[in-house]
Design a protein around this ligand. Structure first.
Ligand code: DP6
Length: 331
């Protein structure tokens, strides 16, 4: 039976994707830029089997809930259509990071699923095509096909909205200290959140200035200028959260601990430490820092009452196929 196993990493958006122009094919409202997070990973095996009456999706050792299973099957349908296959599949997927980490697993999950399923069905797609395909499962998954620092072009149509690597992981060994401040599950997932973005009167202003922030972020990364990076990353995160807070209905992802930590991070940076904060659709604070300051930032975070759990991400590799018998690396 045709099967394949793939590993993919989540990513942290330095310039965010929030809002879609075309829901059917997941065209984003603006371009985005991320760092692929090595150390954290999803491993997915897809085995197409005769005799199944539907797809079976096991996530973290148990059958996935109905809506995740349906979203996965819809994505497999896209890959089956390309390969002209009618076989159903048994999918086994595991994350080496807990759900409580507040790290979206849809990016790594759909990147690994796309690569494994395409390969199992004999489709030899170049990374650009894999990224177009992964995008339709989950927007941020388009970026997790690549390693290092990755841009997702907003594009004008299906084929032109793809990701590509700007720099490999070794370009700048930034560290993302991922600080969990609240373990309660979030109320609105990003799938529904994207739909609300256009109800905010601030979304048009955010989109109008998104290309400038993306260019500024690229310059800061090219020059490895942390101060410049910190300013644009925090501005872009705050602009996305301003849109979220002013949607109808409003979405407030920040927890009291997120705000208190953001204030501390601003003070630490004022005192000369390389550190800045960015938050995706959740209360978890991603604290970016440099190798020079990572130990100091870690100590400050471990000494902060707000921080419940701490995970470390570094620029990581692209999604890739592995032998299914490979043991998962210990983290
Ligand atoms: C806030 O990629 O999770 O993390 O396309 O509905 O799967 P879907 O959304 P998703 O949205 C990510 C939003 C974000 C910002 C970002 O990663 O750019």
């Amino acid at each position: 039976m045709p099967s394949a196993t793939a590993i993919a990493h989540p990513n942290i958006a330095l310039i965010k994707y929030w809002g879609v122009r075309d829901r059917a094919i997941n065209l984003p409202a603006s371009g985005s830029l991320s760092m692929t997070l090595g150390g954290l990973e999803t491993r997915t095996t897809v085995r197409f089997q005769d005799g199944l009456s539907g797809d079976i999706f096991e996530l973290g050792g148990r059958l996935a809930d109905k809506s995740s299973a349906a979203r996965t099957s819809t994505h497999l349908d896209r890959i089956r259509a390309l390969a002209e296959s009618q076989s159903f599949a048994h999918i086994v997927s595991d994350n080496n990071f807990p759900a409580s980490a507040g790290i979206a697993s849809s990016a790594s999950g759909f990147a690994a699923l796309t690569l494994a399923a395409a390969s199992a069905l004999g489709l030899d797609l170049p990374p650009k095509e894999l990224s177009v395909l992964a995008r339709k499962g989950s927007g941020s998954a388009a970026r997790s096909i690549f390693g290092g620092f990755v841009i997702w072009h907003n594009g004008a149509d299906d084929e032109s909205s793809f990701s590509e690597q700007l720099w490999p992981p070794e370009h700048w060994p930034l560290v993302d200290w991922i600080a969990v401040v609240d373990r309660s599950p979030k109320v609105t997932g990003s799938l529904d959140g994207h739909r609300l973005a256009e109800t905010s009167p601030l979304q048009a202003a955010r989109i109008a200035s998104a290309a400038d922030r993306l260019a500024e972020c690229r310059h800061a990364l090219a020059e490895r200028d942390f101060q410049r990076l910190a300013e644009v990353v925090e501005l872009d995160s705050n602009m996305m959260h301003a849109v979220m807070m002013t949607s109808t209905p409003p979405l407030l992802y920040w927890a009291p601990g997120s705000i208190s930590l953001m204030k501390k991070i601003a003070a630490w940076r004022n005192s000369g430490i390389d550190v800045c904060a960015t938050l995706d659709a959740g209360s978890t604070v991603h604290c970016l820092t440099t190798t020079e300051h990572e130990t100091q930032v870690e100590a400050l975070l471990r000494g902060s009452d707000e921080v419940r759990e701490l995970y470390r991400g570094i620029p990581g590799p692209a999604a890739r196929l592995v032998a299914s018998a490979d043991p998962a690396p210990a983290e």
